[in-house]
Design a protein around this ligand. Structure first.
Ligand SMILES: [Zn+2]
Ligand SMILES: [Zn+2]
Length: 216
């Protein structure tokens, strides 16, 4: 199995890269991704991060991927082409607050990210809906169609228990790829993806519906 969303001391996590990988190995994952928050990085720090991940790629018996979690902002996603080309994948997430009822503002930001060439995966889609309100199924369809058109994936987040089952089903129907995500901020949480796996199976997902399934 995979966990493509883990944090380390390079951003707001508490473990080292090697701790996350050791935990992933212990839990029997096949793929682990390191995905620290982009706004903690200078170009210099990114190079240190990448060289540690590269070293781990050589030493680990499982697949280690170099990712990052970028922020979807009203002016766009805060990742530049230079960072993008050095990474295996980029997650883009909304980390902003919205007024009650304004899930439409959230969806507009998601649409912006879906059209951004530097993005591969949308992080914890819908974690704000319990607070701002839920979109209709037609609005979900519009999002999934845009993702299909631009070849984007959505993560199934065990931390936030999102997206909703109906949304995951739409992704599978449309061939939009999915990933599993613990969003661990401490090594012991790496690989805690049981909610993701359960939701994926409930929605009828099969191995080929996962991003990087060729590595599983
Ligand atoms: Zn996030
Ligand atoms: Zn995160």
């Amino acid at each position: 199995m995979m966990d493509l969303h883990t944090h380390t001391r390079f951003s707001d996590g508490i473990g080292y890269i090697r701790d996350n990988i050791a935990e992933a190995e212990k839990k029997g994952l096949k793929i682990v991704g390191i995905s620290d928050h982009v706004h903690f990085f200078t170009p210099h720090l990114l190079n240190s991060y990448l060289s540690l991940i590269d070293q781990a790629k050589k030493e680990s018996e499982i697949t280690v991927l170099a990712g990052i979690e970028a922020n979807i902002l009203p002016e766009g996603v805060d990742i530049n082409d230079d960072f993008r080309k050095k990474l295996d994948y980029v997650i883009a997430s909304v980390h902003l607050y919205f007024d009650l009822g304004r899930y439409d503002e959230y969806l507009e930001l998601i649409k912006l990210a879906l059209q951004d060439e530097n993005i591969d995966i949308i992080g914890h889609f819908g974690n704000v809906f319990p607070y701002v309100g839920y979109p209709s199924i037609d609005e979900y369809k519009e999002i999934v169609e845009l993702a299909e058109e631009h070849g984007k994936a959505f993560e199934i987040s065990s931390r936030y228990r999102v997206p909703e089952l109906d949304f995951i089903k739409l992704c599978i129907q449309k061939g939009v790829k999915l990933t599993f995500a613990s969003d661990a901020h401490q090594p012991r949480d790496v690989g805690n993806i049981s909610w993701s796996l359960k939701a994926f199976k409930k929605a009828g997902g099969k191995k080929e519906d996962l991003l990087f399934s060729e590595l599983l």
